[in-house]
Design a binder for this molecule. Structure first.
Ligand SMILES: C[S@@+](CC[C@H](N)C(=O)[O-])C[C@H]1O[C@@H](n2cnc3c(N)ncnc32)[C@H](O)[C@@H]1O
Length: 269
């Protein structure tokens, strides 16, 4: 039998310890119940697609998800054979590394596919195609979490997509990692980053968030966290910011997160 050629292209392997901590934490809180809902006897499967030059982000995702779902199995999928060989020694029960691409060479449809800093290295049209392809490979109730972050993860954004299409956009930052919320624009997913221009919803949203941020400057006296929470409350008057758990409300805002329905920021046309 001819080996199947992985779909995709080897790209830069930049990664690092705790780079994806914000996204791991969000997945555990928001989709932990989905993982626990797997029927008895079928361990929920999670893929970390394009883990890069080291096993680190996949191992960290595994450790964090095992805390909320002790039966979860995590597979790191990477298109570079050398990076798979380098990760193999770190396999353990429930954690494996395989070579592959967007075709997702895993034994059953995953509940979650996390792809971080992968699609940013493709063109915008390709990013939309790969969203479609990855969603098609999910478990029927599964979710794709696709995003981008800064070198050390202090600025990050990600989109969660289900079988029904894109659901939410989350923007997250370390409180010392930005001056104004629109600084996060440089880390928008590929499908949005070129849409941060006048006339597009994402542009209007970021401008309003900056205004809310400026209006809440006095709360900075109590710390940037309080300012972030107050700005989120103010922004909620005009934007459908998620305001209840698990995706929103003060419990999430205090972590430096903000989540919106995708439909409120999606590209026009
Ligand atoms: C910048 S690294 C990101 C590493 C890690 N996810 C992170 O955010 O720290 C991108 C990795 O994705 C891999 N990659 C690119 N396209 C891929 C594909 N279609 N399937 C699997 N891996 C892919 C590249 O080879 C590279 O190692």
């Amino acid at each position: 039998m001819r080996p199947v050629r992985p779909v995709g292209t080897v790209t830069r392997g930049t990664t690092g310890h705790n780079r994806l901590r914000r996204c791991d934490r969000w997945i555990a809180a928001v989709y932990g119940p989905l993982l626990r809902s797997a029927r008895a006897g079928a361990a929920p499967l999670v893929v970390d697609l394009g883990y890069g030059a080291s096993h680190t982000t996949t191992t960290e995702l595994f450790t964090r998800l095992r805390r909320v779902c002790p039966t979860v199995e995590v597979v790191g999928v990477e298109i570079s054979p050398e990076r798979v060989a380098a990760a193999k020694p770190y396999e353990r029960e429930g954690l494996t590394f395989v070579r592959g691409g967007f075709e997702l060479p895993v034994p059953r449809p995953p509940m979650i596919v996390r792809a971080f800093n992968v699609l940013r290295q493709y063109g915008e049209a390709e990013a939309w195609e790969h969203w479609h392809r990855l969603r098609a490979g999910l478990h029927p109730s599964g979710v794709l979490v696709e995003g981008t972050c800064s070198e050390i993860g202090h600025r990050a954004t990600w989109v969660a997509l289900g079988a029904d299409g894109p659901r939410t956009l989350t923007l997250a930052a370390r409180f010392t990692g930005f001056e104004r919320p629109s600084d996060l624009a440089e880390r928008l997913p590929k499908t949005l980053i070129h849409r941060n221009v006048p006339g597009e919803r994402i542009h209007a949203f970021l401008a309003d968030w900056d205004r809310a941020w400026a209006a809440c400057a006095s709360f900075g006296a109590y710390g940037t966290r309080q300012r972030w929470i107050k700005a989120a409350e103010l922004l909620s008057r005009d934007w459908p910011v998620e305001a209840t758990p698990p995706t929103g409300g003060p419990g999430r805002w205090r972590l430096g997160e903000l989540t919106l329905p995708w439909s409120s920021v999606s590209p026009r046309g």
